[in-house]
Design a protein around this ligand. Structure first.
Ligand SMILES: Nc1ncnc2c1ncn2[C@@H]1O[C@H](COP(=O)(O)OP(=O)(O)OP(=O)(O)O)[C@@H](O)[C@H]1O
Length: 642
């Protein structure tokens, strides 16, 4: 971004400057860096002449300087150790380290005595002003004018008397974004070193981080970076949050990573920036300490976050923030994903009403788990929950299975007859899974049961009244099936009291919290986490088999983990999954740079690999993918792979 080399040979710069003085502007064919050109124009407008005498320059008296330093005590206190460190780094290199305030008044300078005396000749000493309007283009004044780090090298200085200098400067901002001053390293331009620029930028960031810590040490803080390894380095973003989740402070990197401006501080809520709730962050910090968590950013891409809730949690230690104890089975499904929360809220509204619910979503997203949670949270929870998989029953048996049959109704039937699954659900909930796969003839009979609220067993017998809550599920688009004539329209409208879409796992925004809850269920009482690289890979994976596939992997990992170990690593995951997670073209969910990838084709790749790895054994391939054999066949057919 910033070229640390001289922007053009001295001759070109001299020519450009004389053209500026003659015509008031720099011809476009002369290659002068844009920052330098802007600054030269400002210097000219201020009435400065490159070779002329200096105008009246502000230089504070000893007493004035002492008062200024008093006012800038906080900045000076945080800058001093950093400046001393810089000074040690640059010692014996004919240079000095300078701190100026936001008007360009030099507050402090440390340097080699030989160079200091040369510098003093151009008044590079505490009390002097290096604002652009007095000194023309120079790193301190220009960094303040541009509010950006700059390097001004040799003849890029507007005043010829400063051309022996090379200077790199970076602004220092307060935690609320206001400009406090500027840190500068100035030296002899013959000893110019490009690393100086990086050094001064990092050092300014260190001062800002110190000021941030002093102001926000008591607040809840988030440290984050797109790479887990970036946390704890000078490149990390840091946010401070108010008790109700507003961003009240951010360091420079934090603003950049989240696309915020200083003016957004105090006005932006955390939940608009990251797909995570404040209470979940606190619960995470309480349970997992400083463990890193992957989180989706609202502007796209993934960030690794470390929550530093230290003092906040200590203050609430008497009543620690627990993993918000779920009040019932539906509440337990809400681990922070907006789609799931919306589905739970809507489902709750119809629990005690005679409204059928239709659950849609890919295989393995938890449709049956959701239906059971509705049952367990509703008024029928003491009665039966009866689940029927309409795609798993042979067509000739489905009728008997559902509606029951009279003794001896057909060859092979039980002698005593059977009440059928619908009657078993009397008083409770009937869950019809894969309703879209129900044969048309059966759809008519089901419709009659729903209309008449009674069921007549096969082979005769009296109709029996039934009363049940109905929840159906399908991975198909039932409306499209109806429009194609494969699903009865009247049944569709009968079933479709409330349709709820359950998101695929890759679309969920609560991955770490879901993971946490699944682990708590699988290994109660153990505090198990993940190695950072593994956590990132799991969060990025597309999970074609959805939660079912994830649960299978976690179950294996918990079984392979030593009893006293607490971190799941690569060695604890099933080999085929590790291969998928580590493959360069692995199935990725829609995170950051991978946005363009077609998940359907990625899922086809995963299926093909699983079938190959199982040498064509479909049961094994389905197990590897964490999906049922039926679903595997369906996917193969849909993807043209069969
Ligand atoms: N929220 C959840 N919490 C814990 N486990 C879950 C959750 N959702 C799904 N699972 C796990 O995933 C498996 C698949 O869930 P479920 O059978 O409900 O999915 P489904 O959408 O009905 O799948 P299919 O369409 O293939 O029938 C379950 O056995 C369960 O172990």
């Amino acid at each position: 971004m910033f070229d640390t080399q001289p922007k053009g040979p001295g001759a070109v710069l001299r020519q450009a400057r004389s053209r500026l003085l003659e015509s008031g502007d720099i011809p476009s064919e002369l290659p002068v860096d844009a920052v330098v050109a802007r600054s030269w124009r400002r210097s000219l407008r201020a009435g400065l002449m490159p070779a002329g005498r200096l105008p009246e320059v502000v230089h504070l008296s000893g007493a004035q300087l002492a008062r200024l330093r008093e006012r800038q005590q906080e900045l000076l206190a945080h800058a001093r150790p950093v400046m001393e460190y810089l000074y040690r780094q640059t010692r014996d290199s004919d240079s000095m380290v300078i701190l100026a305030d936001d008007r360009g008044l030099l507050l402090q300078a440390m340097g080699d005595s030989a160079f200091l005396s040369r510098a003093e000749r151009v008044a590079l000493a505490p009390g002097a002003s290096w604002a652009e309007r007095y000194r023309g283009t120079n790193a301190i004044g220009t960094a303040l004018a541009e509010a950006e780090p700059v390097v001004i090298n040799g003849p890029e200085h507007y005043l010829e008397r400063n051309a022996f200098l090379t200077c790199a400067a970076a602004p220092v901002a307060a935690p609320d974004g206001t400009l406090l001053g500027v840190l500068d390293i100035s030296g002899d331009h013959r000893r110019h070193h490009p690393h100086t620029f990086c050094l001064v930028r990092s050092a300014a960031q260190m001062i800002e981080n110190g000021l941030f810590e002093a102001r926000h040490g008591g607040n809840l803080q988030l440290r984050f970076h797109p790479l887990a390894e970036g946390i704890g380095t000078v490149a990390e973003g840091v946010l401070a949050l108010s008790e109700d989740g507003y961003v009240i402070g951010a360091n420079r990197a934090g603003l950049e990573i989240l696309g915020l401006r200083p003016a957004d501080l105090g006005a932006q809520h955390l939940e608009r920036l990251l797909h995570v709730r404040l209470e979940d962050l606190l619960a995470w910090a309480y349970r997992r300490g400083s463990e890193i968590m992957p989180v989706q950013a609202s502007r796209g891409g993934r960030l690794f976050v470390r929550v530093e809730a230290g003092r906040v949690l200590r203050m609430t230690a008497a009543a620690p923030v627990p993993a918000a104890a779920p009040t019932d089975a539906l509440a337990a499904l809400d681990t922070g994903c907006g789609h799931i929360r919306a589905a739970v809220t809507k489902a709750r509204r119809v629990l005690d009403k005679a409204i059928p619910v239709l659950l849609q979503g890919e295989s393995g997203v938890g449709k049956e788990v959701f239906a059971k949670a509705m049952h367990d949270s509703g008024p029928r929870r003491e009665q039966a929950f009866v689940a029927v998989d309409c795609s798993a029953l042979p067509e000739n048996l489905i009728e008997a299975e559902l509606f029951g049959y009279a003794p001896g109704a057909y060859t092979g039937a039980r002698r005593t007859g059977s009440p059928g699954r619908i009657r078993e659900a009397d008083g409770g909930t009937l869950f019809l899974d894969e309703i879209g796969d129900m044969p048309l003839a059966m759809q008519s009979r089901l419709l009659r049961v729903l209309q008449e609220r009674q069921v007549t067993p096969l082979g005769g017998g009296k109709p029996v009244a039934v009363d049940f809550a109905l929840v159906c599920a399908t991975h198909r688009n039932l409306k499209a099936e109806m429009e194609a004539g494969r699903f009865r329209a009247d049944l569709y409208y009968r079933l479709n009291g409330l349709t709820l879409m359950l998101p695929a796992l890759r679309e969920r925004t609560d991955f770490p919290f879901l993971l946490d809850r699944l682990l708590a269920d699988l290994a109660p009482g153990r505090r198990i986490g993940f190695e950072t690289e593994v956590a990132g890979a799991l969060a990025d994976f597309a999970w074609p088999g959805n939660i079912r596939q994830l649960v299978n992997a976690l179950r294996t990992a918990c079984a392979l983990l030593d009893e006293r170990a607490t971190r799941i690593g690569w060695a604890h995951l099933p080999d085929d999954l590790v291969e998928e997670l580590r493959a360069p073209a692995r199935c990725l969910r829609r995170a950051g740079g991978e946005a363009g990838e077609d998940l359907r084709s990625l899922s086809a790749v995963a299926i093909r690999r699983a079938v190959e790895a199982s040498a064509g054994n479909m049961s094994e391939a389905a197990r590897r993918l964490g999906i049922s054999r039926n679903t595997l066949y369906r996917r193969l057919k849909r993807g043209g792979l069969a």
